[in-house]
Design a protein around this ligand. Structure first.
Ligand SMILES: O=c1ccn([C@@H]2O[C@H](COP(=O)(O)O)[C@@H](O)[C@H]2O)c(=O)[nH]1
Length: 238
């Protein structure tokens, strides 16, 4: 998981996924399946990607009452994904229930999926957070608070922007995973993301993994673009 580049498969169906993956035939990738693809293709898409020996982040961002999240995670655990997630805003009890569900549903002899919590979406700016969520602290404080609650609930890490990686690692420790979307090369358009960073900057900050979607999937040459992101992300690690 550490030092991974995770490709967000934001496609409407599996035909487009497998067409996208054609040039990557020799690569074992870390792939993120989100709501768009999972709601169309269901669990079968996970089985098919795992058969090809890719690692999977199932990004469904569960957020509901603890009992419902427990049941949902128990079911998802059987898919054997490497990483799953919830929204930290669901609270500590909900996050604990998510972990309990995962543990209850993990098949014997298998490792349970790592579970992380979304703090503040990378498409949220400080002003939006304060005005729309009526949160009266800085965005960094809000992210740090959610990260601390996720740690107390026993989760393995968080989804945050690269900009919050250093304070999270200082407060919670270097083993706590920081998975960072909102990654752009300096030549890319930012789109709907607000808190962005280049792969180089994410590496310098110490992010555990970066998530890249459109910069690769919508590139004229996705394979070349993947190589460019990978080179920038891997750089020379200290
Ligand atoms: O805070 C978050 C949480 C999840 N995401 C997901 O990551 C990718 C990013 O895609 P890009 O095309 O590189 O912007 C996407 O699947 C989001 O659902 C996020 O961006 N921010």
């Amino acid at each position: 998981m550490k030092n991974s580049l995770i490709i967000a498969l934001d496609f409407p169906n599996k035909q487009e996924v497998f067409q996208f993956l054609e040039p990557f035939a020799d690569e074992k990738l870390f792939l993120k399946v989100g709501m768009e693809l999972f709601y169309q293709e269901g669990p079968q898409i996970i089985h098919e990607l795992k058969e090809r020996e890719h690692q999977i982040f199932l990004d469904l961002k569960l957020h509901d009452i603890p009992n419902t999240v427990y049941g949902a995670m128990k079911g998802l655990a059987r898919l054997g994904c490497d990483l799953v997630n919830v929204h930290a805003a669901g609270g500590k009890q909900m996050m604990t229930a998510a972990l309990e569900g995962l543990e209850a549903g993990t098949l014997s002899g298998r490792r349970r999926s790592a579970c992380i919590a979304v703090t503040q979406l990378t498409s949220t700016s400080e002003m939006q957070m304060q005005e729309e969520q009526l949160i009266g602290v800085s965005l960094q404080e809000s992210v740090l608070h959610y990260a601390s609650v996720a740690k107390e609930a026993g989760l393995d890490g968080v989804v945050c922007s690269s900009q919050e990686v250093v304070p999270i690692r200082e407060r919670i420790g270097h083993e706590f995973l920081t998975v960072t979307p909102g990654i752009r090369l300096s030549s890319d358009s930012v789109g709907d993301q607000k808190r962005v960073a280049t792969p180089e900057l994410a590496r310098e900050f110490g992010a555990a993994a970066i998530v890249v979607g459109r910069g690769i999937t919508r590139a004229a040459n996705p394979f070349e673009s993947y190589q460019a992101y990978k080179q920038a992300w891997e750089g020379v690690r200290s």
